[in-house]
Design a protein around this ligand. Structure first.
Ligand SMILES: Nc1nc2c(ncn2[C@@H]2O[C@H](COP(=O)(O)OP(=O)(O)O)[C@@H](O)[C@H]2O)c(=O)[nH]1
Ligand SMILES: [Mg+2]
Length: 331
Protein backbone atom coordinates (compact mmCIF):
# COMPACT_ATOMS: atom_id res chain seq x y z
CA UNK A 1 0.00 0.00 0.00
CA UNK A 2 1.43 3.42 -0.87
CA UNK A 3 2.05 5.66 2.10
CA UNK A 4 0.52 8.79 0.47
CA UNK A 5 2.59 11.17 2.54
CA UNK A 6 1.23 14.69 2.87
CA UNK A 7 2.99 17.96 2.09
CA UNK A 8 3.12 18.70 5.83
CA UNK A 9 4.88 15.42 6.47
CA UNK A 10 7.43 16.08 3.77
CA UNK A 11 8.10 19.55 5.12
CA UNK A 12 8.62 18.17 8.61
CA UNK A 13 11.00 15.57 7.18
CA UNK A 14 12.99 18.30 5.43
CA UNK A 15 13.20 20.16 8.72
CA UNK A 16 14.43 17.00 10.38
CA UNK A 17 17.21 16.61 7.82
CA UNK A 18 18.20 20.28 8.20
CA UNK A 19 18.02 20.24 12.00
CA UNK A 20 21.13 21.55 13.74
CA UNK A 21 20.22 20.67 17.32
CA UNK A 22 18.55 17.79 19.17
CA UNK A 23 15.67 20.10 20.09
CA UNK A 24 14.98 20.83 16.45
CA UNK A 25 15.28 17.15 15.55
CA UNK A 26 12.82 16.15 18.25
CA UNK A 27 10.25 18.76 17.25
CA UNK A 28 10.51 17.69 13.61
CA UNK A 29 10.17 13.98 14.43
CA UNK A 30 7.14 14.65 16.60
CA UNK A 31 5.58 16.64 13.81
CA UNK A 32 6.29 13.81 11.34
CA UNK A 33 4.52 11.40 13.65
CA UNK A 34 1.53 13.72 13.95
CA UNK A 35 1.36 14.30 10.21
CA UNK A 36 1.89 10.78 8.93
CA UNK A 37 -1.32 9.30 7.52
CA UNK A 38 -2.50 6.68 10.01
CA UNK A 39 -3.23 3.48 8.06
CA UNK A 40 -1.85 -0.04 7.62
CA UNK A 41 0.59 1.05 4.92
CA UNK A 42 2.43 3.38 7.31
CA UNK A 43 2.46 1.19 10.43
CA UNK A 44 6.14 0.37 9.96
CA UNK A 45 7.04 4.01 9.52
CA UNK A 46 4.97 5.03 12.55
CA UNK A 47 6.73 2.46 14.71
CA UNK A 48 10.09 3.60 13.38
CA UNK A 49 9.30 7.26 14.16
CA UNK A 50 8.24 6.37 17.71
CA UNK A 51 11.49 4.45 18.18
CA UNK A 52 13.58 7.34 16.92
CA UNK A 53 11.72 9.80 19.19
CA UNK A 54 12.22 7.76 22.35
CA UNK A 55 15.88 7.11 21.49
CA UNK A 56 16.52 10.80 20.93
CA UNK A 57 14.71 11.73 24.16
CA UNK A 58 16.78 9.23 26.11
CA UNK A 59 19.97 10.60 24.60
CA UNK A 60 18.95 14.18 25.41
CA UNK A 61 18.14 13.34 29.02
CA UNK A 62 20.93 10.90 29.74
CA UNK A 63 23.64 12.93 28.03
CA UNK A 64 24.76 9.97 25.94
CA UNK A 65 26.30 6.59 26.66
CA UNK A 66 25.94 4.84 29.99
CA UNK A 67 29.01 5.23 32.13
CA UNK A 68 30.62 7.60 29.67
CA UNK A 69 31.58 11.08 30.76
CA UNK A 70 28.67 13.49 30.49
CA UNK A 71 29.33 16.04 27.81
CA UNK A 72 29.22 19.61 29.01
CA UNK A 73 27.79 22.07 26.54
CA UNK A 74 29.59 25.35 27.20
CA UNK A 75 26.89 27.11 25.22
CA UNK A 76 24.16 25.98 27.60
CA UNK A 77 23.66 28.55 30.35
CA UNK A 78 21.67 27.34 33.39
CA UNK A 79 18.91 29.78 34.23
CA UNK A 80 18.82 32.00 37.27
CA UNK A 81 16.71 34.91 38.47
CA UNK A 82 13.36 36.03 37.12
CA UNK A 83 14.39 35.58 33.50
CA UNK A 84 17.34 35.13 31.18
CA UNK A 85 18.19 37.60 28.43
CA UNK A 86 20.94 36.68 25.98
CA UNK A 87 22.79 39.36 24.02
CA UNK A 88 23.25 39.08 20.25
CA UNK A 89 25.71 41.29 18.42
CA UNK A 90 28.72 41.82 16.22
CA UNK A 91 32.26 42.23 17.64
CA UNK A 92 32.79 45.45 19.63
CA UNK A 93 29.11 46.32 19.70
CA UNK A 94 29.34 46.74 23.49
CA UNK A 95 27.87 43.48 24.79
CA UNK A 96 30.51 42.71 27.40
CA UNK A 97 30.43 46.30 28.62
CA UNK A 98 26.68 45.95 29.27
CA UNK A 99 27.43 42.94 31.51
CA UNK A 100 30.32 44.76 33.18
CA UNK A 101 28.09 47.78 33.90
CA UNK A 102 24.92 46.04 35.04
CA UNK A 103 26.22 42.86 36.70
CA UNK A 104 29.11 41.62 38.77
CA UNK A 105 30.15 39.11 36.12
CA UNK A 106 33.79 39.02 35.13
CA UNK A 107 33.70 39.73 31.45
CA UNK A 108 36.43 40.70 29.10
CA UNK A 109 35.83 44.21 27.81
CA UNK A 110 38.24 44.93 25.02
CA UNK A 111 38.54 47.07 21.96
CA UNK A 112 39.66 44.10 19.90
CA UNK A 113 37.18 41.67 18.37
CA UNK A 114 36.47 38.12 19.58
CA UNK A 115 37.48 38.82 23.18
CA UNK A 116 34.50 36.68 24.26
CA UNK A 117 34.50 33.05 23.12
CA UNK A 118 31.74 31.50 25.19
CA UNK A 119 28.61 32.81 26.89
CA UNK A 120 29.06 34.42 30.32
CA UNK A 121 26.05 34.96 32.58
CA UNK A 122 25.69 37.74 35.14
CA UNK A 123 22.94 38.88 37.48
CA UNK A 124 21.50 42.35 36.98
CA UNK A 125 18.81 43.92 39.14
CA UNK A 126 15.59 45.78 38.62
CA UNK A 127 14.53 47.11 42.02
CA UNK A 128 14.63 43.92 44.14
CA UNK A 129 14.26 41.51 41.22
CA UNK A 130 17.26 39.64 39.85
CA UNK A 131 17.44 39.28 36.09
CA UNK A 132 20.08 37.24 34.32
CA UNK A 133 21.95 38.73 31.38
CA UNK A 134 24.13 36.54 29.17
CA UNK A 135 27.13 37.94 27.30
CA UNK A 136 27.80 35.94 24.16
CA UNK A 137 30.52 35.48 21.54
CA UNK A 138 30.07 37.81 18.58
CA UNK A 139 28.59 36.94 15.23
CA UNK A 140 29.71 38.27 11.87
CA UNK A 141 28.38 37.90 8.34
CA UNK A 142 30.83 35.03 7.83
CA UNK A 143 30.92 33.28 11.17
CA UNK A 144 29.05 32.32 14.31
CA UNK A 145 30.04 29.47 16.67
CA UNK A 146 27.90 26.43 15.86
CA UNK A 147 26.78 25.88 19.44
CA UNK A 148 25.70 29.48 20.00
CA UNK A 149 22.18 28.72 18.84
CA UNK A 150 21.76 26.61 22.01
CA UNK A 151 22.47 29.66 24.17
CA UNK A 152 19.77 31.61 22.39
CA UNK A 153 17.20 28.80 22.39
CA UNK A 154 17.67 28.45 26.13
CA UNK A 155 17.08 32.14 26.89
CA UNK A 156 13.73 33.78 27.68
CA UNK A 157 14.40 36.79 25.49
CA UNK A 158 17.05 37.97 23.04
CA UNK A 159 18.55 41.45 22.91
CA UNK A 160 20.23 42.57 19.69
CA UNK A 161 23.04 44.92 20.71
CA UNK A 162 23.79 47.67 18.18
CA UNK A 163 26.77 50.05 18.45
CA UNK A 164 25.19 53.38 17.50
CA UNK A 165 28.61 54.79 16.68
CA UNK A 166 29.27 52.03 14.16
CA UNK A 167 27.69 50.82 10.94
CA UNK A 168 24.22 50.34 12.34
CA UNK A 169 22.45 48.98 9.25
CA UNK A 170 25.14 46.38 8.62
CA UNK A 171 25.03 45.25 12.26
CA UNK A 172 21.24 44.95 12.15
CA UNK A 173 21.42 43.01 8.89
CA UNK A 174 23.94 40.52 10.25
CA UNK A 175 22.04 40.00 13.51
CA UNK A 176 18.65 39.56 11.86
CA UNK A 177 20.22 37.30 9.22
CA UNK A 178 21.73 35.07 11.88
CA UNK A 179 18.60 34.93 14.03
CA UNK A 180 16.33 34.32 11.05
CA UNK A 181 18.52 31.51 9.75
CA UNK A 182 17.88 29.71 13.04
CA UNK A 183 14.29 30.91 13.21
CA UNK A 184 14.95 32.55 16.54
CA UNK A 185 12.86 35.70 16.18
CA UNK A 186 9.36 35.31 17.51
CA UNK A 187 6.76 36.21 14.94
CA UNK A 188 3.94 37.41 17.14
CA UNK A 189 1.51 37.49 14.23
CA UNK A 190 1.72 33.68 14.18
CA UNK A 191 -0.01 32.69 17.36
CA UNK A 192 -0.48 28.99 16.79
CA UNK A 193 1.19 27.24 19.72
CA UNK A 194 2.69 24.32 17.88
CA UNK A 195 4.00 26.21 14.90
CA UNK A 196 7.54 24.82 14.95
CA UNK A 197 9.30 28.11 14.26
CA UNK A 198 7.47 29.98 16.95
CA UNK A 199 8.04 27.39 19.61
CA UNK A 200 11.79 27.64 19.10
CA UNK A 201 11.78 31.41 18.73
CA UNK A 202 12.24 34.04 21.42
CA UNK A 203 10.95 37.55 21.98
CA UNK A 204 13.58 39.88 20.57
CA UNK A 205 14.29 43.57 21.24
CA UNK A 206 17.13 45.97 20.50
CA UNK A 207 19.63 47.61 22.86
CA UNK A 208 21.09 50.59 20.99
CA UNK A 209 24.27 51.38 22.90
CA UNK A 210 27.14 53.90 22.91
CA UNK A 211 24.55 56.71 22.75
CA UNK A 212 27.21 59.01 24.24
CA UNK A 213 29.31 58.91 21.07
CA UNK A 214 26.57 58.30 18.48
CA UNK A 215 26.09 60.80 15.65
CA UNK A 216 22.73 62.57 16.09
CA UNK A 217 19.79 60.87 14.39
CA UNK A 218 21.45 57.45 14.05
CA UNK A 219 18.82 55.58 16.05
CA UNK A 220 15.97 57.22 14.10
CA UNK A 221 17.56 56.16 10.80
CA UNK A 222 18.06 52.62 12.08
CA UNK A 223 14.42 52.36 13.18
CA UNK A 224 13.18 53.75 9.91
CA UNK A 225 15.18 51.35 7.77
CA UNK A 226 14.62 48.20 9.82
CA UNK A 227 11.49 46.45 8.68
CA UNK A 228 10.83 44.68 11.97
CA UNK A 229 8.61 45.87 14.78
CA UNK A 230 11.36 45.71 17.44
CA UNK A 231 11.33 47.76 20.58
CA UNK A 232 14.49 49.89 20.83
CA UNK A 233 16.09 50.89 24.11
CA UNK A 234 18.85 53.48 23.85
CA UNK A 235 21.63 53.39 26.43
CA UNK A 236 25.18 54.40 27.14
CA UNK A 237 27.20 52.02 29.27
CA UNK A 238 29.75 54.82 29.58
CA UNK A 239 27.43 57.39 31.22
CA UNK A 240 24.74 55.01 32.50
CA UNK A 241 22.04 56.89 30.58
CA UNK A 242 19.09 54.64 29.76
CA UNK A 243 20.25 51.66 31.78
CA UNK A 244 17.49 52.08 34.38
CA UNK A 245 14.86 52.20 31.67
CA UNK A 246 16.48 49.16 30.08
CA UNK A 247 16.10 47.10 33.25
CA UNK A 248 12.56 48.34 33.81
CA UNK A 249 11.50 47.41 30.28
CA UNK A 250 13.16 43.99 30.56
CA UNK A 251 11.23 43.38 33.78
CA UNK A 252 7.97 44.46 32.11
CA UNK A 253 8.60 42.39 28.98
CA UNK A 254 9.34 39.28 31.03
CA UNK A 255 5.75 39.58 32.23
CA UNK A 256 6.38 38.27 35.71
CA UNK A 257 5.07 39.27 39.10
CA UNK A 258 7.11 39.33 42.29
CA UNK A 259 5.63 38.03 45.49
CA UNK A 260 6.95 38.15 49.04
CA UNK A 261 6.33 34.93 50.93
CA UNK A 262 5.55 35.17 54.61
CA UNK A 263 5.57 32.53 57.33
CA UNK A 264 2.79 32.67 59.94
CA UNK A 265 3.70 34.89 62.94
CA UNK A 266 6.78 36.19 61.18
CA UNK A 267 7.42 39.30 59.13
CA UNK A 268 7.67 38.78 55.38
CA UNK A 269 11.08 38.62 53.76
CA UNK A 270 10.84 41.85 51.77
CA UNK A 271 14.30 41.56 50.25
CA UNK A 272 14.14 38.46 48.13
CA UNK A 273 10.84 38.02 46.26
CA UNK A 274 9.74 34.95 44.37
CA UNK A 275 8.92 35.65 40.74
CA UNK A 276 6.20 33.92 38.75
CA UNK A 277 4.82 34.29 35.25
CA UNK A 278 1.91 36.72 35.28
CA UNK A 279 -1.26 34.67 35.82
CA UNK A 280 0.43 32.44 38.40
CA UNK A 281 -1.62 31.42 41.44
CA UNK A 282 -1.11 30.90 45.16
CA UNK A 283 -0.73 27.20 44.39
CA UNK A 284 2.08 27.95 41.91
CA UNK A 285 3.78 30.01 44.62
CA UNK A 286 3.47 27.12 47.08
CA UNK A 287 5.21 24.85 44.56
CA UNK A 288 8.07 27.35 44.28
CA UNK A 289 8.37 27.76 48.02
CA UNK A 290 8.24 24.06 48.82
CA UNK A 291 7.59 21.56 46.05
CA UNK A 292 6.97 18.61 48.40
CA UNK A 293 4.61 20.51 50.67
CA UNK A 294 2.63 22.27 47.95
CA UNK A 295 -0.17 19.71 47.95
CA UNK A 296 -0.55 20.20 51.69
CA UNK A 297 -1.30 23.90 51.37
CA UNK A 298 -4.22 24.48 53.74
CA UNK A 299 -4.89 28.16 53.51
CA UNK A 300 -3.29 31.45 52.56
CA UNK A 301 -3.65 35.13 53.43
CA UNK A 302 -2.72 38.18 51.43
CA UNK A 303 -1.42 41.68 52.10
CA UNK A 304 -0.81 44.55 49.73
CA UNK A 305 -3.31 43.12 47.23
CA UNK A 306 -5.62 45.04 44.97
CA UNK A 307 -9.28 44.66 46.10
CA UNK A 308 -8.43 42.56 49.16
CA UNK A 309 -8.23 43.66 52.78
CA UNK A 310 -4.86 43.13 54.39
CA UNK A 311 -4.74 39.77 56.10
CA UNK A 312 -7.79 38.33 54.34
CA UNK A 313 -7.95 34.63 53.47
CA UNK A 314 -7.50 33.82 49.78
CA UNK A 315 -8.10 30.59 47.84
CA UNK A 316 -5.27 28.62 46.22
CA UNK A 317 -6.63 29.70 42.81
CA UNK A 318 -6.05 33.37 43.68
CA UNK A 319 -4.08 35.00 40.86
CA UNK A 320 -1.06 36.84 42.18
CA UNK A 321 -0.25 40.44 41.42
CA UNK A 322 3.07 42.26 41.60
CA UNK A 323 4.34 43.02 45.14
CA UNK A 324 1.73 41.00 47.01
CA UNK A 325 2.70 39.55 50.37
CA UNK A 326 1.39 36.00 50.79
CA UNK A 327 1.29 33.97 53.98
CA UNK A 328 1.17 30.24 53.35
CA UNK A 329 -0.22 27.76 55.86
CA UNK A 330 0.79 24.17 55.27
CA UNK A 331 -0.95 21.41 57.19
N1 LIG B 1 31.82 55.50 24.51
C1 LIG B 1 31.34 54.28 24.77
N2 LIG B 1 32.12 53.18 24.56
C2 LIG B 1 31.61 51.96 24.82
C3 LIG B 1 30.28 51.80 25.30
N3 LIG B 1 30.05 50.49 25.44
C4 LIG B 1 31.19 49.85 25.08
N4 LIG B 1 32.14 50.73 24.70
C5 LIG B 1 33.52 50.41 24.23
O1 LIG B 1 33.43 49.64 23.04
C6 LIG B 1 34.48 48.66 22.99
C7 LIG B 1 33.91 47.26 22.77
O2 LIG B 1 33.11 46.92 23.89
P1 LIG B 1 32.82 45.41 24.32
O3 LIG B 1 31.83 45.47 25.41
O4 LIG B 1 34.09 44.68 24.60
O5 LIG B 1 32.17 44.85 22.98
P2 LIG B 1 31.71 43.32 22.64
O6 LIG B 1 32.73 42.80 21.68
O7 LIG B 1 30.37 43.47 22.01
O8 LIG B 1 31.66 42.57 23.92
C8 LIG B 1 35.24 48.80 24.30
O9 LIG B 1 36.39 49.59 24.06
C9 LIG B 1 34.26 49.53 25.21
O10 LIG B 1 34.92 50.31 26.19
C10 LIG B 1 29.46 52.98 25.50
O11 LIG B 1 28.29 52.95 25.90
N5 LIG B 1 30.06 54.18 25.21
MG1 LIG C 1 32.65 40.76 24.28
Amino acid sequence: MPANLTQQYKKAEERYKAAGTDDEKLLALEEMLREIPKHKGTEHMQADLKKRISKLKAAMEGGGKKGGAKQVDVFHVPKGGAGQIALVGMPNSGKSTILATLTKAHVNVADYPFATDKPVPGMAAYEDVKIQLVDAPPITAEFAPAGLVNTYRGADMLAIVIDLAGEVLKQMDVCIGYLDSHRLILDESLDSEDELGNRLARKTFVIATKADIAPAGTLETLKELTERPFEYIEISSETGDGTETLMQRIFEMLDVVRVYAKKPHQPADMTDPFTLKRGGTVHDLAVLVHRELAEKLKSARAWNSPNIHDGQNIPREHILSDKEVIELHFS
